[in-house]
Design a protein around this ligand. Structure first.
Ligand code: KE4
Length: 429
C-alpha cells in the first residue's frame, strides 16, 4: 500500500479552511471514496504527490495538459511574460496573437472574446445568443456540463414541454425555467422541443462529444441534425468545446466532424494550464458584445498576459510538433490494450474513445447517452480506481469523467497502464 501520510495531514488542514478541503468538488474523491492525494510537482505525463508517490496521469488537469505537464516551452513563455508584469488590465499584444490563433484555427470563429473559465465562456455565449436572437429559451442535454452558471445547473423536466428544474441549491426555479433539458443523441426530442416552443428557442448548447458523464459519441448524423434544425428555426448552435477544442483536432470537434456552429466556447488547452476561457463565432453575432453592442460581458483578468503566453505556447507547440499523430497512436494502443485487459479478466467494460479522450464504463451495454452511462457498475469503478492508483496510475476520481492522453505519454506508460488494468480487473469479481 502506498503511503499517503503527508496528504492525509494536508487534507485535515485543508478541511479547516476550504469547504470539503478542495477548490472544486470532483477533486474530493467523494465519488470513489478515500481521501485525495496532494500533488506538488508534475512533469510530462506524470504527477508526484507530497508523499513521493508517482502516478501516470490520465486527467491532465482536466484537459489543459495535452502536451504533458511543465512543458519547457510553456514554462519559459510564462517566465518571460511574468518578468514584464503579471497583469495590465490594458490591451496587450498577446491578446491579439491569441485571438488570431483561435480565429485562424477554428472554422466557426471569426471573432473571439477571452475570459477566465469555461463557465464564463458558456454563460457569456448563452447571453449573447439570447441577445442576438431576442429569444429566451436554451436547449441543453442531460449529461453535458457547461460550467456552473445558474441557468445551466438544471436537470431534465418531465419532457420537452416542461422546463428544467434546478440541479443545485441556491438556484431559484425562475432561473432555470428557460432551460430545456433533453436526452443526447435523441433527434425526436429536439424536434418536439422546437415544435412546442416555436420561435422561442435562442439556441442549443452542446458538447459535440460529451465528456462530462464519462465519454460518449454523437451518433452518425446527429450533429448535422442539430446544425440543420437550429438553422431552420433561426436559433444558434453553440458548440461547447471547452474540452474538445484543440483536443480532438487543432480546429476542435467542429473541424473533425465538419460542422460549423454559430458560437463556440473554449477553455483548458488555450490557457496552457493557466485560468482561461473564450467564446467566439460569426462576426455579426460577436459584434453584439459590449462595447460595440448591447450584450454586456467583462472580466478584470480576461486576456491576462500570463494565460495568453501559456496558451499561445501550447497552441504553437501543438501545431508544430505533430502531437496529434502521436496522440492517435497512443490512444490506439491504450484502447486496444484496455479492451484486451477486460476480456482477459472477463469483466464487461465498454471502452469509448475518440482522439486522445476516453472512458471505460463497467457495463456490458453500449453507452450513447447519460441513461446508458448510469448503468455502469460504480462500486466496481471505485475498486478499479483505487487498484489502479496502487499500481501508479491516476484516472479521474469519478466514473463520469473523461480520461485524457497527452503527447508526453509513452508507449511504456501505456503498456504499464494496460498491464495494471489486467491485474486489477481480475480482482473485481
Ligand atoms: P471551468 O469553469 O471549470 O473552467 O469549465 C467548465 C466546463 C465547461 N464546459 C465543459 C465541456 C467542461 O468540461 C467544463 C469543465 N470540465 C470539468 C471536468 N469535467 C472541470 C473539472 C472541475 O469541475 O473541477
Amino acid at each position: 500500500m502506498l503511503s499517503h501520510a503527508k496528504s492525509e495531514q494536508l487534507f485535515a488542514e485543508a478541511l479547516k479552511y476550504i469547504p470539503g478541503g478542495v477548490n472544486s468538488p470532483v477533486r474530493a474523491f467523494r465519488a470513489v471514496g478515500g481521501q485525495p492525494f496532494f500533488v506538488n510537482r508534475a512533469k510530462g505525463a506524470h504527477v508526484f504527490d507530497v508523499d513521493g508517490n508517482e502516478y501516470i496521469d490520465y486527467v491532465g488537469t482536466w484537459g489543459p495538459a495535452i502536451l504533458g505537464h511543465a512543458h519547457p516551452r510553456i514554462i519559459s513563455a510564462v517566465q518571460q511574460a511574468a518578468e514584464q508584469g503579471t497583469s495590465f488590465g490594458i490591451p496587450n499584444p498577446l491578446e491579439v496573437t491569441m485571438a488570431k490563433r483561435v480565429c485562424d484555427a477554428v472554422p466557426g470563429v471569426q471573432k473571439v472574446r477571452m475570459c477566465n473559465s469555461g463557465t464564463e465562456a458558456c454563460m457569456s455565449a448563452i447571453r449573447l445568443a439570447r441577445g442576438f436572437t431576442k429569444r429566451d429559451k436554451i436547449i441543453k442535454f442531460d449529461g453535458c456540463y457547461h460550467g456552473h452558471a445558474d441557468s445551466l445547473l438544471v436537470k431534465a423536466g418531465s419532457g420537452a414541454l416542461t422546463f428544467g428544474n434546478p440541479d443545485s441549491a441556491g438556484v431559484p426555479a425562475a432561473f432555470t425555467q428557460h432551460t430545456i433539458v433533453l436526452p443526447f443523441n435523441d433527434v425526436e426530442a429536439v424536434r418536439a422541443a422546437f415544435a412546442a416552443n416555436k420561435d422561442q428557442i435562442a439556441g442549443i448548447i452542446v458538447e459535440p462529444v460529451p465528456g462530462n458523464a464519462g465519454l460518449y459519441l454523437p451518433k452518425p448524423g446527429y450533429l448535422e441534425f442539430l446544425r440543420e434544425i437550429t438553422a431552420a428555426h433561426e436559433s444558434l448552435l453553440i458548440f461547447d468545446e471547452v474540452m474538445t477544442g484543440f483536443r480532438l483536432s487543432f480546429g476542435g470537434a467542429q473541424k473533425l466532424f465538419g460542422i460549423t456552429p454559430d458560437l463556440s466556447c473554449f477553455g483548458k488547452i488555450i490557457g496552457g494550464g493557466l485560468p482561461v476561457g473564450a467564446f467566439g463565432g460569426r462576426a455579426e453575432i460577436m459584434d453584439y458584445l459590449a462595447p460595440l453592442g448591447p450584450v454586456y460581458q467583462a472580466g478584470t483578468l480576461s486576456g491576462n498576459p500570463l494565460a495568453m503566453a501559456a496558451g499561445i505556447a501550447n497552441l504553437e507547440e501543438l501545431q508544430s510538433s505533430g502531437a496529434y499523430c502521436k496522440l492517435e497512436e497512443l490512444a490506439e494502443q491504450l484502447s486496444a490494450g484496455m479492451r484486451d485487459a477486460a476480456k482477459s479478466a472477463n469483466i464487461p467494460v465498454q471502452f469509448n474513445n475518440i482522439g486522445s479522450m476516453f472512458c471505460g464504463y463497467f457495463t456490458d451495454q453500449p453507452v450513447h447517452n447519460l441513461a446508458d452511462a448510469m448503468h455502469s457498475d460504480r462500486e466496481r469503478f471505485k475498486k478499479y480506481f483505487h487498484g489502479m492508483l496502487e499500481e501508479g496510475v491516476y484516472f479521474a476520481p469519478s466514473q463520469f469523467e473523461a480520461g485524457f492522453i497527452s503527447a508526453a505519454h509513452t508507449p511504456a506508460d501505456i503498456d504499464h497502464t494496460v498491464r495494471a488494468a489486467a491485474k486489477v480487473m481480475k480482482t473485481l469479481h
